[in-house]
Design a binder for this molecule. Structure first.
Ligand SMILES: CC(C)(COP(=O)(O)OP(=O)(O)OC[C@H]1O[C@@H](n2cnc3c(N)ncnc32)[C@H](O)[C@@H]1OP(=O)(O)O)[C@@H](O)C(=O)NCCC(=O)NCCS
Length: 326
């Protein structure tokens, strides 16, 4: 029999992730009480950098959107995504993690111009903000939430008529959705791909056909604005439950006011009507609040949504193409 102390076995990657996730739950809770408990990362390539107490980890996933699919109007075709599990780590380990991610991006993705490196992280974690900025990631979008609260009522506008959209309004909805896409493609991650009109038309036809709540604003008989909304459940195991506390939520998918009418209160009327209706709940039960995505570089929506009561919860950091990650 041999004597002497036995060398400690290194922790398995799964154990490292589990330990760091427990600490990360406390990090998230301290950062922002509106966040759900930090979720376990999806399956993928596990990265571990550093040693305790300066250890951090993450999971790298890769996905490709098929031609003609809806997400290609706001996403690159190939996406490498980092899911950090960093416990209480500060700048040093976070830098090392992003560097390790850079080394794990598939060569085919690095060569593809239609690619992106993406990480979604709590907006209030400014330690991570510094690191992401230093590696070339941009805050291209935020998921912003609004708790239940009285809706700011805009000044009356007698010339404006608001009504629910019906399937027969498809053409007007497509026109406004494309106006929004054209504007947003200049100030965020949206892309006007050659099949954009056909893809939008199919998505809107389906939504209107299902009776999902969409409101239109009309002036002098012409449709000048649209707000396209819905409800979603942050049920355990769904992707939404990783982002929002469990329960039912209302969401705004697209808001668009035709260029000539912007800045004159049409959007505020649409938002006030839609938010009040979404908060009133559905047969699916009461809602906890409402959420939406907007682009911080959009000079209209970045003013408009905070004025309506929305505050960033998650920031979607992104580099396009993925080879721009440094
Ligand atoms: C964002 C949008 C839907 C807002 O609708 P709108 O009719 O232009 O907005 P409103 O006139 O109702 O403005 C409401 C508030 O937004 C702010 N706002 C609107 N236009 C603004 C502008 N040009 N500059 C600064 N603030 C502005 C104001 O704070 C205003 O509140 P106030 O009147 O109390 O000051 C509309 O501008 C639009 O379609 N933009 C292009 C597409 C887009 O960005 N869609 C949103 C994607 S998330």
């Amino acid at each position: 029999m041999t004597g002497g102390p036995r060398a400690a076995l290194p922790d398995s990657p799964a154990q490292v992730l589990a330990d760091l996730l427990e600490v990360q739950r406390r990090r998230f809770a301290a950062l922002d009480p509106r966040l759900p408990p930090a979720a376990a990362p999806p399956p993928g390539d596990v990265l571990v950098v550093g040693t305790p107490p300066h250890r951090a980890a993450g999971v790298v996933t890769h996905h490709a959107w098929p031609a003609g699919s809806g997400p290609l109007l706001w996403s690159a075709a190939q996406v490498t995504e980092l899911h950090p599990v960093v416990g209480a780590a500060g700048h040093g380990p976070l830098h090392a993690l992003v560097e390790a991610w850079r080394g794990h991006v598939l060569p085919a993705v690095l060569r593809d111009d239609d690619s992106a490196a993406v990480v979604t992280w709590p907006s209030r974690d400014v330690v991570a903000t510094r690191v992401f900025l230093d590696h070339g990631l941009l805050p291209l979008a935020v998921l912003a939430v609004r708790g239940l609260a009285a809706v700011r009522t805009p000044a009356p506008d007698r010339g404006l008529v608001l009504r629910r959209a019906e399937p027969a309004d498809l053409d007007a909805c497509v026109r406004l959705a494309l106006e929004e896409l054209a504007y947003s493609s200049q100030v965020g991650g949206s892309l006007v791909r050659p099949d954009a009109e056909a893809v939008k038309r199919t998505m809107l036809r389906d939504r209107l056909g299902r009776g999902e709540p969409t409101w239109l604003a009309e002036r002098d008989g012409a449709v000048v604005g649209m707000i396209e909304c819905g409800h979603a459940d942050a049920a355990p195991g769904t992707w939404l439950a990783n982002l929002l506390p469990a329960g039912r939520w209302g969401y705004v998918n697209c808001a668009s006011v035709t260029a000539a009418e912007r800045g004159s209160g049409v959007g505020a009327h649409l938002a006030a009507t839609a938010i009040a209706a979404l908060e009133a709940g559905t047969s699916g039960g009461p809602v906890r609040g409402t959420y939406l995505y907007y682009n911080p570089p959009n000079p209209l929506s970045s003013v408009f949504w905070p004025r309506a009561g929305y505050a960033p919860l998650w920031t979607l950091w992104e580099v396009r193409p993925a080879g721009g990650l440094r």
